[in-house]
Design a protein around this ligand. Structure first.
Ligand SMILES: NC(=O)c1ccc[n+]([C@@H]2O[C@H](COP(=O)([O-])OP(=O)(O)OC[C@H]3O[C@@H](n4cnc5c(N)ncnc54)[C@H](O)[C@@H]3O)[C@@H](O)[C@H]2O)c1
Ligand SMILES: [Zn+2]
Length: 362
């Protein structure tokens, strides 16, 4: 078996990102060296312990002491209350500046655990061990952490780069098929705007990838993570280039909030299809457009609800003040593996298009 070692360079050093179909065993000695003799706090959830607790326990063996702290599963984990509870538990257990947090789970646990580590004693080390495809290709990379407030998702957080990211694709074999596919929409997104070779790779290995084969998934995770790393290195605090990663997310977010039956990735899938129509009118190649559409369609998209309220969809699109004042910026593909940010799409045009787009998807 072999694994990939990518590196993310940032203001505080270099984060290794290890990826492979058995990487957790293969980087054992590197991990032991980091963990050896330190107080380790593993943040995870009950379902993950049931499925993959053995791997987490092996990870903690070199620690001077290892506590497994379970938090509610999924998005429910990302609350200020859960963060506060964890800080108290760290203090009671004698957590110190050299203690180490391990985030063991999907993007929700990664975001919460990263936030907890980023604030505890003004910042202690965290190792991200992402267990979903979305977390391996996206959430665990880049140092963004956050919890939600009732008013807005991801509204409270800090940038806190992990000490290391370990993405073992064996974990992905237990994902629900819909969840794996949801992550694959983000992979297609990355290929479309940043790395056309990733689309070639997907086309060549789609069947095995869709069957969650860890060996087929490893290079897909590697290429997608590598593209994200390049963008984050160029734009660590999301000023400009990192905005490209929002391809498919403009309409995607609005649909995710209003349709009620879509996974995040599925909403992005719809968002990409919509954006591709806009791109075609701005010179994007019809052949390339069809290729992206084909990859999206093979993943399958649930129909939108017939009673979807178009006003709500538009309301979400126009939510932020900037959008209301100067229109919406769209990330659109311009050439294979390239994209740009466009401000020339009129709001009337968008409104008319959404109506027919949604009608076709019900
Ligand atoms: N920080 C970032 O840059 C960033 C980027 C993208 C998304 N996110 C965040 O990531 C979150 C979504 O993450 P997600 O899609 O990974 O979902 P998730 O973390 O909410 O997990 C979803 C479900 O998958 C289960 N699960 C996790 N690993 C599993 C495995 N190996 N086998 C079977 N089940 C498993 C979990 O128990 C949970 O029920 C959102 O909160 C989003 O805001 C953050
Ligand atoms: Zn996304």
């Amino acid at each position: 078996m072999s694994f990939a070692r990518l590196e993310l360079r940032h203001a505080h050093g270099v984060t290794p990102v290890w990826i492979g179909a058995a990487v957790l065993d293969e980087v054992r000695s590197e991990l032991d060296e980091i963990i050896c003799g330190r107080r380790l706090f593993a943040i995870t959830s009950r379902p993950l312990m049931t499925l993959h607790g053995g791997a987490l326990e092996r990870l903690g063996r070199e620690a001077s002491d290892c506590s497994v702290l379970e938090v509610p599963d999924g998005e429910q984990a990302k609350t200020v209350e859960n963060a506060a509870e964890l800080w108290s538990r760290l203090l009671v257990a004698g957590g110190k500046r050299d203690s180490l947090v391990v985030a063991f789970g999907g993007g929700s646990i990664g975001d919460l655990a990263g936030f907890v580590a980023g604030c505890f004693l003004r910042g202690i080390d965290v190792i991200q061990v992402p267990t979903t495809l979305l977390a391996q290709v996206d959430a665990a990379i880049g140092g963004k952490t956050a919890v939600n407030r009732p008013q807005a998702k991801n509204s409270v957080g800090v940038f806190h780069q992990p000490l290391a990211v370990v993405s073992d694709t064996r974990f992905l074999a237990t994902l629900k098929p819909r969840q794996l596919r949801s992550g694959l929409f983000e992979v297609i997104k990355t290929g479309a705007i940043l790395d056309v070779g990733l689309l070639d790779l997907l086309e060549a290995t789609y069947e095995d990838v869709l069957a969650a084969d860890p060996v087929a998934l490893a290079p897909v995770v590697e290429r997608t993570a590598a593209a994200k790393i390049r963008v984050v290195e160029e734009d660590p605090e999301e000023q400009d280039r990192r905005r490209l990663l929002n391809f498919g997310h403009t309409l995607g977010h609005a649909l995710e909030m209003t349709a009620g039956n879509l996974e995040h990735g599925e909403a992005v899938g719809y968002g990409m299809l919509f954006a591709i129509d806009l791109a075609l009118e701005r010179g994007f190649s019809a052949l390339e457009a069809e290729r992206i559409r084909g990859l999206v369609r093979r993943l399958g998209l649930p129909l939108l609800p017939e009673d979807l309220n178009l006003q709500d969809v538009q309301g979400h699109l126009m939510r932020d003040k900037k959008a209301r004042e100067s229109g919406i910026s769209w990330v659109l593909p311009t050439a294979p593996g390239r994209a740009g940010i466009f401000d020339d799409v009129s709001l009337d045009d968008v409104e008319a298009r959404i109506a027919s787009f949604v009608a076709a998807a019900c």
